[in-house]
Design a protein around this ligand. Structure first.
Ligand SMILES: Cc1ncc(COP(=O)(O)O)c(C=O)c1O
Length: 411
């Protein structure tokens, strides 16, 4: 049996949206992007949503929007995909890495220790779709002593008057925090709509705002839209409309060129409409099937999925194996791969990657990130997986882990 890791969900509804766009005569940013943004606002209950061409460009956009530059620090977890820290480097600022807690999310206590007078933002990552401890992070950034340390150096920083809390929600569209969409728990939430994500536009992302007064979300939306289009006063659709002087435009500031095309938005639109009825419940069922089968084994460490205050988007199923070394884990992955099951590891902690090693980050300073990484295996989880396929994966995992724990192989 061949089981891919995370194929895109493409049903007739998705195909119809894409065909409709192709036949409409308009394929770049236009009505489909607007419709997708409306759906995201409806789903998250945030103030506004701006679609972009990736999570990474959305993060660079928001760091630049906040005026983050050389000399500034942004706190990120060591355990995440490199884009979280790369977005900070692209703004000339320094990513300050901190360790995670046992649920994979950034440790609020470690964040506290890392805050300095240069700290401008925190990017908290909802690994696998599990929301971070946003109450603890919000309390922290609003503490008087922490606010007193904050030095504002831009108009937006002066308006906020404290550290900006950004959620790297690349995995967590649909996750909830205290009964509400998790995107309402921080200032800025950025989703990824990359090809392997739970909602995809092939490549893409979306920035959602949840800013306190005095920010005006309509004004910020207009400004951010311009920022995604080279700082240009009119988008291509507006310019293409008939009317005297409609072709005229101005460039107000050096923006980025990171807008999402309608052709991509159509894909996401077809999917997001199925999110509540199909995509989320089917992922949850697969996770439950895994948990039910693995629960009886002492080596099974369940991923965080559901608690009184949080529910995952079930984007990934990060299985962890108690008592297994990194080499043993690697052997188990090879075994599963040899049976046609596509596997990934989320994540290789950033301090283990060459770029970050060369910048001086050392995995020894992030022991829990290493510990979680060394025993982690991400199993396939997506709506199209059927019961028999999941059983096949379960049997293969049990066999490989039992073999390895009974008689360590080749390690
Ligand atoms: C946690 C995390 N953050 C950011 C990203 C970057 O997303 P994108 O590829 O849309 O830029 C990813 C993508 O895999 C991710 O997993």
């Amino acid at each position: 049996m061949k089981i891919p890791f995370s194929p895109p969900y493409v049903d007739q509804g998705v195909i119809d949206e894409v065909m409709d766009t192709l036949q409409s005569g308009w394929i770049t940013s236009g009505p489909k992007v607007k419709a997708l943004e409306d759906e995201v606002v409806k789903m998250t209950g945030t103030q506004t949503a701006v679609c972009v061409n990736s999570w990474t460009s959305g993060a660079i956009l928001m760091l630049k929007w906040f005026g983050i530059k050389e000399g500034d620090e942004v706190i990120v977890p060591a355990y995440t995909y490199s884009a979280t820290a790369l977005s900070v480097l692209h703004c000339g600022a320094t990513p300050v890495m901190v360790d995670i807690d046992d649920d994979f999310t950034i440790s609020p206590e470690k964040v506290r220790d890392a805050i300095t007078s240069h700290t401008k933002a925190i990017i908290a990552v909802d690994i696998a779709g599990w929301p971070c401890d946003y109450d603890a992070l919000n309390l922290l950034i609003n503490e008087t002593a922490i606010k007193d340390k904050f030095i504002s150096q831009s108009e937006k920083q002066a308006a906020l008057g404290r550290i900006l809390l950004i959620s790297d929600a690349a995995h967590s569209i649909g996750a909830t925090y205290k009964g509400k969409p998790a995107a309402q728990a921080c200032d800025v939430t950025i989703f990824s709509f990359h090809a392997v994500k739970n909602v995809t536009t092939s490549e893409g992302g979306c920035v959602c705002l949840n800013l306190p007064a005095p920010f005006d979300s309509d004004e910020e939306f207009k400004y951010l839209k311009m920022f995604t289009l080279n700082g240009q006063t009119k988008d291509a659709l507006t310019k293409s409309k008939a009317g005297a002087g409609s072709w005229k435009y101005d460039i107000l500031f050096p923006g980025l060129k990171i807008n999402m095309p309608d052709l991509c938005a159509a894909l996401g639109l077809g999917q997001i409409k199925r999110y509540v009825s199909v995509l989320h419940p089917r992922r949850k069922e697969v996770a439950e099937q895994y948990c039910e089968a693995f629960n009886k084994y002492p080596w099974f460490i369940s991923p965080p999925l559901l608690s009184a205050s949080r529910e995952s988007s079930y984007h990934l199923f990060p299985l962890r194996l108690a008592g297994v070394t990194e080499d043993q884990r690697d052997w188990i992955i090879d075994e599963l791969m040899s049976k046609g099951i596509a596997i990934n590891v989320h994540f290789i902690p950033m301090p283990m990657l060459t770029l970050f090693k060369n910048l001086g980050y050392d995995i020894k300073n992030f022991p829990n990130s290493y510990k979680q990484y060394a025993c982690e295996i991400s199993l396939p989880i997506y709506p199209q997986l059927n019961y028999v396929q999941v059983e096949y994966i379960i049997d293969a995992v049990i066999e490989a882990v039992s073999l390895q724990l009974k008689e360590p192989q080749n390690v």
